[in-house]
Design a protein around this ligand. Sequence first.
Ligand code: GDP
Length: 478
Amino acid sequence: ESLTVGELAKKLHREPSEIIKKLMGLGVMATINQELDKDTIELIGTDYGVEVEEEIVIDKTDIENYVDEDKEEDLKERPPVVTIMGHVDHGKTTLLDSIRHTKVTEGEAGGITQHIGAYQIDANGKKITFLDTPGHAAFTTMRARGAQVTDITILVVAADDGVMPQTKEAISHAKAAGVPIIVAVNKIDKEAANPDRVMQELTEFELVPEAWGGDTIFVNVSALDGTGIDELIEMIQLVAEVEELKANPNKLASGTVIEAELDKGRGAVATLLVQSGTLKVGDPIVVGATFGRVRAMVNDLGRRVKEVGPSTPVEITGLSDVPQAGDQFRAFADEKTARHIGEARMSKHREANLAKTSRVSLDDLFDQIQQGDVKEINVIIKADVQGSVEAMRGSLEKIEVEGVKINVIHTGVGAITEYDVMLASASNAIVIGFNVRPDVNAKRTADAEKVDIRLHRVIYNAIDEIEAAMKGLLDPEF
Ligand code: GDP
């Protein structure tokens, strides 16, 4: 049923003030004793990557609704899951490689590393899991789908370049997700390196080093020559300890899809991050809107494994279709249940896809362009700041594909409102939100009106997506 702001905060282990702030961000003014409706609770829950449990009617086809309570004594320490974010060229990829190469061979000599979207290292007798899709694309996609997999963010800032636009975005992402940040000041081997300046610049974002009275951990590193990597790893372990990350390994597995693709030989292949329980070969499993039985599992060293526990990434085969990054998965005791839930989810998904063809949506834009149905694409832009609105408008208006042009019909600063959605519905427009989300009413209206709202955190992604849609290159939605 409904919860008050205070009760919700308690459930999420957050301060009520934080929830109230979030609600304000969604355009909802609330007090601590105010009752929230289901949609609002869901929206806030999603923001924290929390699965919202339906208390009245539990839709058993919704695997998110299988919330299991673990007893304290069943919870065991688990490795932290770390994401590396930062501005382009500041050294994210190099750092990921460097960490992997310094540590991965210690316990697993002879392993051939394999890119499965995440890897694990063994340091000082403890494991750390890294998501190795650098940048915030992965982080954002997953969060947009309600999945929270990251425990710790490493913010890479090049010491010779300082805080840049994507640095700021990365900070916003991590903060919005409530994930602790460790700053890796990279490229300190360079002549022009000025780590003090980086620290100075970051104080503006409340990332203040301990030496200056703050509580943010800063580590000077060189991803290129390996300086500081050991210290960085120690710091990750320190933060992980403070966070007391735990999971129950002794139950059926659940977690999140990190990557997935269709492999010519092997069929649907997905990298799963087990977040709780233990996944075993042969387990019947529901993944997003697909299902199957785990046929084979391969770890990040390319080795076949029979079972994997919490915080472990593993590539599996045996699914009937390709899921999406950010999809949740859950293993079941028997195949019948998995099949039943999987099929229900598939048909639900198909219906949802069929139903949403009445308005212009990016997914069918290309077809409409081909049929000559569309000459102009109407777009509404909402962003967190005016500068982004202008930047987005400028770039969008430059796009022209086969004589079809973008027409920006409305712009504004702030959350996407019901007004924007109604306007979009009325003018067959797509709503693009940059660093903003729809408020509760807007979300409801958009669902009813079948208005396509596209949310982005990186301008280029928004532009790329539109351009791809116009050229018919958009990845099909499953
Ligand atoms: P990304 O875009 O953040 O993934 O950055 P990359 O890892 O691709 O690095 C961008 C460039 O910076 C590459 O040419 C790297 O070789 C270089 N680079 C990365 N780390 C360091 C470092 O610690 N020192 C120096 N001198 N160059 C680095």
